[in-house]
Write a protein that binds this ligand. Structure first.
Ligand SMILES: *Cc1c(COP(=O)(O)O)cnc(C)c1O
Length: 365
């Protein structure tokens, strides 16, 4: 009998499965805890806006129809919001799917995909699925090393991914740095600007990468409803690219990739003027509080432009994780990012932040 592992494509065998961490329910059951403070996945504790919930309820009654394959209403709303050509907009099952489509549409076996180490999980995964060649550039001072990334480009390079803000550290690359990078790279390289956390940025040097798209550069700006819009469980995000780039991406899109419920919720979320502002403010307040607490505790952290903080707890991050979990708090360990004494903690509600700090003080004492 043939062994299934002999039948699996070689490039798929090397994929390390995504490690999601335990679900809140598993942790609760295992440790007999009543309530978990989940600060592990950069979700938005405010949740979706009420209009989005109402829109989902309304759409639920009509799910026996297939969804609009072109997401026309949402695409029109996004084109207006960002002042871009609607033909350049592509809606995906989270920005994850857009990353995957970039691989499917553009990467021939052996072609190179450049990204920063530690990477967002989807970049190596897409590279492996496509039989691409990963070119992994270590981050410098917790930030993308754009000079080294530009220098790594060869005539085999197809895609470059830049997570901005950068997950897991929360740093950004600035407008002048990106401008220099875009000047340096050849025209055949397609750049994915992964801006999942852009709504949380307050640094005035943050680049407006949509301008590259408007100028017709080969760039895809990736945005999501998973973070500031509080819709992570629905799976909806989008890419904005010059129309000819989007046309290539649409070739590999499944016809009904976005559910009608997700389309309705995203559209309603865009119409709420307060959702992003409330989420931004929550993160600003939480950030100030957590910085102060870390400083009092003598812990160094990476100043963040996102809704999470990468902090050096000075002990083995897995041990810290286990001990925090016993105290009903979950975070991400830094060892998976190559930093064994760091944890990545999502900024939560003030109550969650206080519970986290209380638990962390207890663990470190
Ligand atoms: C959370 C996140 C995303 C968003 O993923 P979705 O598929 O839209 O939920 C994209 N990129 C990075 C770096 C992220 O951290």
């Amino acid at each position: 009998m043939s062994d299934i592992s002999d039948l699996v494509r070689d490039s798929i065998k090397q994929i390390t499965p995504y490690s999601p961490g335990k679900s809140s329910r598993e942790v609760k059951e295992e440790l007999g805890l009543a309530e978990i403070v989940k600060l592990a996945s950069n979700e938005n504790p405010l949740g979706p806006c009420p209009q989005a919930v109402a829109a989902m309820q309304q759409a639920a009654a009509e799910v026996y129809f297939y969804p609009d394959p072109l997401c026309r209403d949402l695409t029109a709303a996004l084109a207006e919001k960002w002042d871009v050509d609607p033909d350049g907009i592509l809606v995906g099952r989270g920005s994850d799917e857009i990353i995957h489509m970039m691989g499917l549409a553009f990467v021939n076996p052996g072609e190179e995909i450049i990204y920063c180490d530690p990477p967002f999980a989807l970049y190596p995964m897409t590279t492996a699925i496509m039989d691409g060649q990963p070119v992994v550039i270590p981050c410098r001072d917790f930030t993308h090393d754009l000079e080294a990334m530009a220098a790594a480009i060869t005539d085999k390079t197809k895609l470059v991914f830049i997570s901005n803000p950068y997950n897991p550290t929360g740093t950004i690359v600035t407008a002048p740095q990106v401008a220099e990078f875009m000047d340096a790279i050849p025209d055949y390289v397609i750049v994915g600007f992964d801006e999942a956390y852009c709504e949380y940025v307050d640094d005035p040097d943050y680049p407006n990468c949509l301008d590259y798209v408007r100028k017709g550069r080969k760039a895809v700006v990736l945005r999501t409803f998973s973070k500031a819009y509080g819709l992570a469980g629905l799976r909806i995000g989008y890419g904005i690219a010059p129309p000819e780039v989007a046309t290539a991406l649409k070739q590999v899109r499944e016809p009904f990739n976005i559910s009608s419920i997700a389309q309705a919720a995203a559209l309603a979320s865009l119409a709420d003027p307060n959702q992003v502002q409330r989420s931004f403010q929550l993160v600003q307040d939480g950030k100030q509080y957590l910085y102060e607490q870390f400083e009092q505790m003598g812990l160094s952290y990476v100043p963040t432009q996102a809704n999470f903080i990468f902090v050096d707890v000075g002990i083995d991050s897995r041990k810290c994780f286990d001990e925090l979990m016993r105290r009903s708090v979950t975070v991400r360990t830094g060892d998976i990012f190559g930093r064994p004494t760091y944890i990545r903690v999502t900024i939560g509600t003030m109550e969650q932040n206080r519970k986290f700090i209380e638990a962390l003080r207890d663990v470190l004492n």
